[in-house]
Design a protein around this ligand. Structure first.
Ligand code: ATR
Length: 294
């Protein structure tokens, strides 16, 4: 089903349950296509609408969402961190990651983070769940969710980031949140990468390097060999195959893009809002169509 068809097929009545997205900007989001396709696939009288809310008006918007009786919301850039301080309750994941991407509205507003569980589901779907030690490239917001997710299932971590202090700070936060498996951190340089690459059995790119429109770039320095068959999970989904994914495949490794994580974080939000098992295949198809339509 095409996105334009989904758009025209939504009929809003006084019974329609509303959910949506808080972001700034929201013009390029494909979440409405994904969620409205899910509602259509299950014949549910629900509708998902994106709202462009500037950071200075987030608190006000949250009160409005609550007063209007919306059932839930997603949150995206730049609101995920600010919402931690604005909601009434936090899930343990949202608290530990320090970011909220899903809101459940009720008597109280509860902040959740479905990026971590969405990542783990996508990793499992890609048959990459067996790692003992993972290398995470990057230390931004996405790396926080990925690091928390992997640590929660007992995976040791090496975090390498262009800005070394950010890697060290993330490692320290993760150690506090989930004491147990070892977490190392350093600056991303050819020598640090060459030293740790042979001892990991999963590589996750959480940096934005290689994302359209900079699809020609690669976070892996050309002077370091990609470690043979170590699987790569790249969180980027535009383009569908990044230069890093191509490099991994040329070295004989399996590589997955971030579409699965996008779909599964959405599916987990859908579960929270509706209490219904999400139609994951319809959601994935809608995302693929939306990305093709550009
Ligand atoms: P997100 O929430 O998507 O993770 P972010 O918090 O801005 O976004 O993080 C972006 C990540 O990509 C960071 O790890 C960033 O490295 P810095 O912490 O040094 O900024 C990384 N990144 C962005 N541009 C990069 C580049 N040209 N080379 C290497 N890493 C880069």
């Amino acid at each position: 089903m095409s996105v334009s068809r989904i758009r025209t097929s939504v009929t809003v009545t006084g019974h329609t349950q509303m959910v949506g997205l808080l972001g700034w900007p929201v013009e390029h989001t494909i979440s409405p296509a994904m969620h409205n396709a899910a509602f259509a696939a299950l014949g549910m009288d629900w509708c998902y609408v994106p709202f462009a809310v500037p950071p200075a008006r987030l608190k006000e918007a949250l009160r409005g969402v609550s007063a209007l009786g919306l059932r839930g919301m997603n949150a995206t850039v730049p609101h995920k961190q600010a919402l931690v301080h604005l909601v009434d309750e936090l899930s343990p994941e949202a608290r530990a990651i320090g970011a909220v991407n899903t809101l459940l509205m009720g008597d109280k507003i509860r902040g959740h983070n479905t990026d971590a569980s969405g990542f783990l589901r996508a990793l499992s779907e890609a048959h990459m769940s067996e790692a003992d030690t993972a290398l995470i490239l990057g230390a931004g917001g996405a790396a926080r969710a990925v690091g928390y997710a992997l640590l929660s299932r007992g995976t040791r971590l090496v975090i390498l980031n262009r800005t070394g202090e950010r890697a060290t700070a993330l490692a320290s936060d993760l150690r506090k949140a989930l004491p147990g498996p070892q977490v190392d951190a350093s600056v991303l340089r050819p020598e640090t990468l060459a030293a740790c690459a042979p001892r990991v059995d999963l590589i996750v790119n959480t940096t934005i390097v290689g994302m359209s429109p900079q699809a020609g770039e690669c976070p892996w320095p050309s002077e370091v060999a990609y470690p043979g068959s170590v699987p790569l999970f790249d969180l980027i989904y535009t383009p569908r195959e990044t230069r890093l994914m191509a490099l991994a495949r040329q070295s004989g490794a399996r590589a997955a893009n971030g579409l699965g994580m996008l779909v599964h974080q959405g599916a987990e939000a859908f579960r929270l809002w509706t209490g219904t098992e999400p139609p994951v295949d319809a959601m994935r198809e809608a995302c693929q169509d939306a990305l093709e339509e550009g």
